[in-house]
Unconditional design. Structure first.
Length: 374
């Protein structure tokens, strides 16, 4: 169930959002995922003080958001793209008017969606077979490497094992959980900054800025853990260095929150053509969840084997992924989903795979604010 939610929610938001605000809409999804983790840490902080049944409180509270999602799903409109794909054009027009407002002229946008659906309907093969074709090579590459690099930033292990990390540098168990709560607050603040800036400065800028911050923090943690704990550990870290580690972790979380955190959801939700969107998003989330499982199961063993080198390992990957973004990811800021093919056909490398496609006539809301800038 959670896999379907993670797959469908970002795509739904990307399909209903105006092009000039699409990044902010999808960033909000990531923001509230982190709100959930923040609340979970607060519950765990309190439950840790309750002997006997505190663990039941930690598990039972999860029922509340599940009920909210179940009830809320009844009231949201279906996306126009999905309705057109199922042949319900009149319902799609009604859905567009409900989303854009009763006074909005939705006919141009509806024609663009119908054109994209018609183009996708010309292919007889299924979505998963289709995404393996040469013309979808950039989409396949991004479906694989965006979630792969997301996991290799090291953020998942920092998030899940933050209490253990703080405990390692000398915090008590209760203070270690409190440190995790502090990083959650930093994460929420940085995602808010990303939501406000992603549609103004672009995706590539935030990727590069975040990559630089992550690299500095990981190199700093490598040096501190190597110099103060060495390969064997077993000694308490001096307070100034412990404070420096906490500061670096918070800065790392902030760098991740303005870059790979929200952009991992934004990029896959907006780059896939309608005919391979389900396959691309499914592939992206499957890879992400599989790697999350692998990392959570292997992190402690890796930490014991690599020691402080674990942070250097992630730092090296940050260099690789930032170079990949600079070379192979085109800017998608403000580009309507239906016109995304033109972005790939103009790219210095991907143009050899993607044929130029006629651009749709921009709707009024997509012309505003430079929506069709490449």
């Amino acid at each position: 169930m959670i896999v379907r939610f993670l797959q469908s929610a970002p795509v739904y938001l990307a399909e209903i959002a105006p092009a000039r605000w699409r990044g902010a809409f999808t960033s909000i999804f990531h923001f509230f995922l982190n709100v959930g983790m923040f609340v979970a840490d607060l519950v765990n902080y309190r439950a840790n003080t309750i002997p006997g049944w505190g663990w039941r409180l930690s598990l039972g509270v999860g029922i509340i958001p599940a009920v909210v999602i179940l009830v809320g799903a009844v009231f949201i409109p279906d996306s126009p793209n999905s309705l057109v794909l199922r042949g319900k054009v009149d319902e799609a027009r009604h859905s567009l008017r409900r989303i854009r407002g009763p006074a909005a002229d939705v006919d141009v946008e509806l024609k663009d969606i119908m054109r994209a659906a018609e183009e996708g309907g010309r292919h007889k093969s299924g979505a998963f077979r289709r995404i393996l074709m040469r013309e979808y090579r950039p989409h396949l590459v991004m479906a694989i490497f965006i979630p792969l690099f997301f996991e290799l930033t090291g953020m998942i292990v920092v998030t899940l094992f933050a209490p253990l990390l703080f405990f390692t540098i000398g915090f008590t168990s209760q203070k270690a959980i409190l440190g995790s709560i502090i990083t959650d607050v930093v994460s929420l603040a940085s995602i808010s900054v990303a939501a406000l800036s992603v549609d103004r400065f672009g995706r590539r800028f935030l990727f590069k800025l975040g990559g630089g911050i992550l690299l500095v923090c990981l190199v700093g943690m490598t040096w501190i853990f190597g110099a103060e704990l060495g390969s064997n550990g077993g000694k308490a870290m001096p307070r100034p260095y412990a404070v420096a580690v906490v500061a670096l972790v918070c800065l790392f979380v902030a760098g991740f929150g303005i870059s790979w955190g929200p952009l991992k959801w934004i990029i896959p939700s907006e780059i896939f053509p309608l005919e391979v969107r389900s396959a691309g998003q499914s592939m992206s989330e499957s890879i992400s969840l599989t790697l999350t499982f692998v990392q959570t199961q292997s992190f402690l063993a890796m930490l014991c084997s690599f020691k402080y080198g674990s942070f250097a390992y992630n730092a090296a990957w940050v260099v690789v992924m930032t170079a990949f973004i600079i070379a192979f990811l085109p800017e998608t800021k403000g580009v309507p989903i239906e016109a995304m093919g033109a972005v790939w056909s103009r790219h210095w490398y991907w143009k050899r795979f993607v044929k130029p496609a006629p651009e749709p006539t921009p709707a009024p809301d997509k012309l505003a604010d430079g929506s069709l800038e490449m």
